[in-house]
Structures are given as structure tokens and as C-alpha cells.
Design a protein around this ligand. Structure first.
Ligand code: F6P
Length: 324
């Protein structure tokens, strides 16, 4: 392998820049050329590339987002699109790539590898932590810290005004952010897609909280929660059934995806980048680099895409006990 391409695709996450930096510097260390591919598969199709050396990635380990930019490409889902991408890579003499992203990114990578036998290693980058084969995806730890920080602030208002807040957090179909940030911020209830706790339980829990002397409450709701009601409908429901509550809603949105990566994410990104490049050099392909029991490991991309990343059920019980 003489030239490796690196790209970020799908939703951005803090730590992507640190991972790009690691890929570029590991290539430089092993005297391999490195090329940045702009805007994920979109830029690959258009041949939007930039040569990167060790110095091109200075000063970015602490930056959120991705300087290579990211996109979700419709054209790459077509055979013609993938053929164009392959032609562009070949024209630039790129003979392997590291792709940083989530589920959709890896699904695209698998199809591409099957069609063109192009060597690929994946690095999981998403705040959702919804990828099988790693305990942590890049950006998840930073997002948790951001969410906890914001909930702490909202709690100031909740307790000053004796209010109940429904706070919606991201995570797509997964409840990792809600569950962990909820426990970390001391939420009274946490609603996640993996366990439908039901509305009755929510009402019971709120009534119990009130009886036990609590004057304010925080309910963290994962955006993919399955109660069948979104945060605004939950507010209406409580207004109707428990008019004594003064309810507010806060949807945290994209602030959860931004910001400087935590130390954990920077270190993880650095470790993952080294492993991805060195595995490509050693002839490996079609694996995702992950972290399990604090060891860097690899999982076949196919399993990473098909497998389910389980939530930590122990945390549900911990949360129940903590909100006594
Ligand atoms: O996958 C990351 C994520 O932020 C999810 O948590 C969320 O559901 C989705 O992306 C939002 O996507 P977009 O930025 O396209 O609105």
C-alpha cells in the first residue's frame, strides 16, 4: 500500500478531526502518502481530494466537527455513483482507505468493497454510540459531557421555579446518551427506545417524587423513545393529568454534536487511527476498529453493521434507585 485515503461521512462528531490527524500522522510515520477526501462519499465521487502530510493536521486535535467536512450521499447508493468514486480513487492512485462514520458509512463501505475489492478500515464516529463492536464511538463521551453540563444548567431553573422539565436528547434509535447523561445529571426519569416504560409508570413516578418532597423534576427523553409521544405531547399529557405541575420542554438538538472533544475522545481517536492504518499496511481490510475493555480491537465491518449495541441495563436499575 502506497497511498491511503481518509474521509468522514454521516453526522459529524467531536473527535473526527483527532482521528484524521492520527491517520495522517501514522501514514507519515510509515512513509505512506495520505489523501483527504472531502465531504465523504460525495467528495469521493467528484474526486475532491487533498494531499495531507504530518503538518497539514496541526492544531486540530482539539477542534470539533471535521475539517474534511461530511455529507450523506444519495449518489453513492447507486452503482453508477460508486463506479465514479472508484474511478476517482484509481485516478489519484489511492489504494486503500480509512472511513470514519457510523452505520450508513460502513454499509456504503461494505458494498463498495464487495464491488471493487477495495481495502477499507472503518473508525466509528458518531455521538449515538450505536455501533456493535465498540464500547465507545468517537464523540459519544464528549456529547455526554455536553448534555450533562446543559442539564445541570436547566436544573437551576427547574428548582428555582419548581418546574418539571422534559429534555429531549439525540441518539437516533438508541438510548445510550439519554441513559448515561440521565444518570450523570441525576434525572428523575429516563425514557429510552430500548425499554418502553410506559406513560403510567411515568405518571406514577412523578407523583411519587412529589409526595417524597421533590419540588422539581427532570425527565430525559431519548429522541427515539417509544412511549408514542414526543416531548411536546408528553408536556400536554402531564398538563392534562397533573395540572399541579408547571411543565417546560427543552430540545437540546445539534449543540450535542459540537464542541471540543474530551480527552477521552482525543486519546481514543489517536489509538483508533494508528490501528486502522497499521492494519491496512498489514493487509487487513473490511474491519472496524473498536474499543472493548479498554483494548483496541477489530470487528468485521459486516458484524459492526448487523450487530446491535446493547444498552447497559444495570443503569436502568441504578437510575430507579437514585430517583427514590
Ligand atoms: O447520528 C447522529 C445524529 O445527531 C442523531 O443523534 C440524530 O438523530 C441525527 O444525527 C440528526 O441528523 P441531522 O444532523 O441530519 O439532522
Amino acid at each position: 500500500i502506497k497511498k491511503i485515503g481518509v474521509m468522514t461521512s454521516g453526522g459529524d462528531s467531536p473527535g473526527m478531526n483527532a482521528a484524521i490527524r492520527s491517520v495522517v500522522r501514522t501514514c507519515a510515520f510509515h512513509k505512506i502518502e495520505c489523501v483527504g477526501i472531502y465531504r465523504g462519499y460525495e467528495g469521493m465521487i467528484e474526486g475532491d481530494f487533498i494531499s495531507l502530510d504530518a503538518r497539514s493536521v496541526k492544531g486540530i486535535i482539539n477542534k470539533g466537527g471535521t475539517f474534511l467536512k461530511s455529507a450523506r450521499s444519495k449518489e453513492f447508493m447507486t452503482k453508477e455513483g460508486r463506479q465514479k468514486a472508484y474511478n476517482a480513487l484509481k485516478a489519484a492512485n489511492i489504494d486503500a482507505m480509512v472511513t470514519i462514520g457510523g452505520d450508513g458509512t460502513f454499509t456504503g463501505a461494505l458494498v463498495f468493497n464487495k464491488e471493487f475489492n477495495f481495502p477499507i478500515m472503518g473508525i466509528p464516529g458518531t455521538i449515538d454510540n450505536d455501533i456493535f463492536g465498540t464500547s465507545h464511538t468517537l464523540g459519544y463521551d464528549t456529547a455526554l459531557n455536553t448534555v450533562v453540563d446543559v442539564i445541570d444548567k436547566i436544573r437551576d431553573t427547574a428548582s428555582s421555579h419548581n418546574r418539571l422539565f422534559f429534555i429531549e436528547v439525540m441518539g437516533r434509535d438508541a438510548g445510550h446518551i439519554a441513559l448515561n447523561a440521565g444518570v450523570g445529571a441525576g434525572a428523575e426519569e429516563i425514557l429510552i427506545p430500548e425499554e418502553d416504560l410506559g406513560l403510567e409508570r411515568l405518571v406514577d413516578s412523578l407523583l411519587r417524587s412529589k409526595k417524597s418532597g421533590k419540588s422539581s423534576s427532570i425527565v430525559v427523553v431519548a429522541e427515539g423513545d417509544k412511549t408514542g409521544k414526543n416531548v411536546f405531547e408528553l408536556k400536554d399529557y402531564v398538563n392534562e393529568n397533573m395540572p399541579e405541575y408547571d411543565v417546560r420542554v427543552s430540545v437540546l438538538g445539534h449543540l450535542q454534536r459540537g464542541g471540543s472533544p474530551s480527552c477521552f475522545d482525543r486519546v481514543l481517536a489517536s489509538r483508533m487511527g494508528v490501528r486502522a492504518v497499521e492494519d491496512l499496511i498489514n493487509g487487513k481490510s473490511n474491519y472496524m476498529v473498536g474499543l472493548l475493555n479498554d483494548k483496541i480491537n477489530v470487528t468485521p465491518l459486516e458484524q459492526a453493521v448487523k450487530g446491535k449495541s446493547e444498552i447497559n441495563k444495570e443503569l436502568i436499575r441504578v437510575s430507579d434507585i437514585m430517583s427514590t
